[in-house]
Design a protein around this ligand. Structure first.
Ligand SMILES: [Zn+2]
Length: 407
C-alpha cells in the first residue's frame, strides 16, 4: 500500500494561548495523510519545506457555526426586515431544493466556495426537503468539510410547498445519514415556523440521537412579538426550554434581543448562542452584546449566517464581531480572541474540538496558509493587522483533512 503523503509548511503558526486566545510562533507544520503529524516551534527554514515562508501565517481552518447552504445565491438582497425577507427572498430560493439533484449540485458548489475562503468546518441548514438535505450532506462531505448539516423542520408559517406534517418531518430527519465528516443536526427553523408538537419532536429526536440542535432565537423584535402571539405569551427561551431544545448541544442563531433572565436560562442549560454580526447588520436586526453574554456565562459561537450575512469569509465575520462590540462601547474582543473564536472556539461549540480547530498533532489536517501583502509582522499587534487589513486573496492554500484545495 502507498505511504500517506507528507507535506511540510513553514511560517508563523497560529497556536492556542491560554483559554480563549491565539498566539503566533514561527515553526514548521507537517501533514501526513489526513492528519497533522507534527507542529514544531523554531526558526523558519530557508529551504526544504513544501509551502509557506517567513511572510506566511499558518492557521487552523476556519469554522462557520451558522449558515444556510440554499441561500448562497440570495446574498445581498437589501432593504427588507427579517420576516419579509424570508417570505420574499429566502422561501422562494429554498423551494428550488425540491429538486434534490439541484440541491446536491448547489451544496457542492457552496462547499468549494467555503473552502476557498479557508472555512473547513460548518454548522449548516439545508431545507425542509429530506432528499435535498441528504444530497447536501453527501455533497458537503464529499468536498471534505467537517461538521453538521440539518434538514430544516417547518410545519407552519411558511408557503405550503415548504411545510410538512410534524410527524413526517421527525421521521425523515431521523433517517438522514451522516457521511464522511458531516453528521446530521436536528434543525427546527425557529418557533414561528414550528408547532409545539414539532418542537417537542425535535427535542426528543436530539435526545435520542445525541445530534446537535440548530435553531434561531431572538434575532429581531418583530420575530419575538410573533413568537409571543403564537405561543401564548411565553418567553422565547421558555418555548424552547419546554421542548427540550436548550442543551449544551444547542446552537441558537443570533440571540440579539435577550435580557438577563434569558441569559441565565441559557447559561444554566449550557446552550450556545451563534453570534452573526454581519447578518445582524445587513438585516438591521440590532447589535448582540457579546460582553453581556460572556458575563452571564453563555457560550458564544460565531457564524456568517449566509445569506442573512453577506460575507462568506469568517475573518470578515470576526472583524464585524469586533466592530459591533466597539459600537456597543467595549474594548474587546481582541483580534487574538476573535481568531480563537472562528477556529478552536467554534470547534468547541460544535463539539468537534478534539478533531479540528487547532494545530495539534493527531488532529485532522484542516489548515489555511495565508500570505498577507502587508508588513503585518512589523507592528505591535500582528494578528490585529491581519484581521483589520484582511483580504481574501491572501488565502494561498487550504488543506481539508490533509487534502489540498487550490485557493
Ligand atoms: Zn440563520
Amino acid at each position: 500500500m502507498a505511504q500517506p503523503q507528507t507535506t511540510t509548511i513553514t511560517g508563523h503558526l497560529v497556536l492556542p494561548d491560554g483559554e480563549e486566545r491565539v498566539r503566533l510562533a514561527p515553526g514548521v507544520l507537517t501533514i501526513r495523510g489526513e492528519r497533522i503529524e507534527s507542529v514544531r516551534e523554531g526558526p523558519i527554514p530557508d529551504s526544504g519545506c513544501d509551502f509557506g515562508g517567513p511572510g506566511c501565517l499558518i492557521s487552523p481552518g476556519f469554522i462557520d457555526a451558522h449558515l444556510h447552504l440554499p441561500q448562497f445565491d440570495s446574498i445581498g438582497v437589501e432593504g427588507l426586515e427579517l420576516l419579509e425577507w424570508l417570505d420574499r427572498v429566502i422561501f422562494p430560493a429554498e423551494a428550488r431544493w425540491a429538486d434534490a439533484g439541484y440541491a446536491g449540485q448547489m451544496a457542492g458548489r457552496v462547499a468549494r466556495q467555503l473552502l476557498s475562503f479557508g472555512t473547513t468546518g460548518i454548522g449548516a441548514y439545508a431545507t425542509v426537503h429530506a432528499a435535498a438535505a441528504q444530497a447536501a450532506i453527501d455533497a458537503v462531505a464529499e468536498a471534505g468539510l467537517a461538521g453538521h448539516v440539518g434538514q430544516v423542520l417547518m410545519d407552519r408559517g411558511a408557503p405550503p410547498e415548504l411545510v410538512r406534517p410534524a410527524k413526517q418531518l421527525i421521521e425523515e430527519a431521523s433517517n438522514l445519514k451522516g457521511r464522511g465528516r458531516i453528521v446530521p443536526a436536528v434543525t427546527p427553523r425557529f418557533a414561528i415556523s414550528c408547532s409545539d408538537d414539532l418542537l417537542r419532536g425535535a427535542g426528543e429526536l436530539a435526545a435520542k440521537t445525541g445530534q446537535l440542535i440548530q435553531t434561531h432565537l431572538a434575532e429581531t423584535t418583530a420575530e419575538i412579538r410573533e413568537v409571543g402571539r403564537l405561543c401564548a405569551g411565553l418567553r422565547y427561551t421558555e418555548v424552547y426550554a419546554r421542548a427540550g431544545l436548550l442543551t449544551p448541544r444547542s446552537i441558537l442563531g443570533h440571540g440579539v434581543h435577550l435580557d438577563e433572565q434569558d441569559r441565565q436560562v441559557l447559561a444554566r442549560a449550557g446552550a450556545v448562542i451563534a453570534h452573526c454580526p454581519t447578518a445582524n447588520r445587513f438585516l438591521r436586526a440590532g447589535m448582540m452584546d457579546l460582553a453581556a453574554h460572556g458575563r452571564a456565562g453563555v457560550a458564544v459561537a460565531v457564524g456568517s449566517d449566509v445569506a442573512g450575512g453577506p460575507d462568506r469569509s469568517m475573518v470578515r465575520v470576526a472583524r464585524a464581531m469586533m466592530e459591533t462590540a466597539r459600537q456597543l462601547g467595549h474594548s474587546g474582543p481582541s483580534a487574538s480572541e476573535a481568531w480563537w473564536r472562528i477556529t478552536r472556539g467554534n470547534a468547541r461549540c460544535l463539539g468537534v474540538a478534539d478533531q479540528t480547530g487547532s494545530l495539534e498533532p493527531g488532529r485532522w489536517a484542516d489548515v489555511v496558509l495565508v500570505r498577507p501583502d502587508l508588513e503585518w509582522r512589523a507592528g505591535p499587534d500582528p494578528i490585529g493587522t491581519v484581521v483589520w487589513g484582511w483580504d481574501d486573496r491572501w488565502v494561498e492554500r487550504v488543506w481539508v483533512a490533509g487534502r489540498a484545495v487550490p485557493a
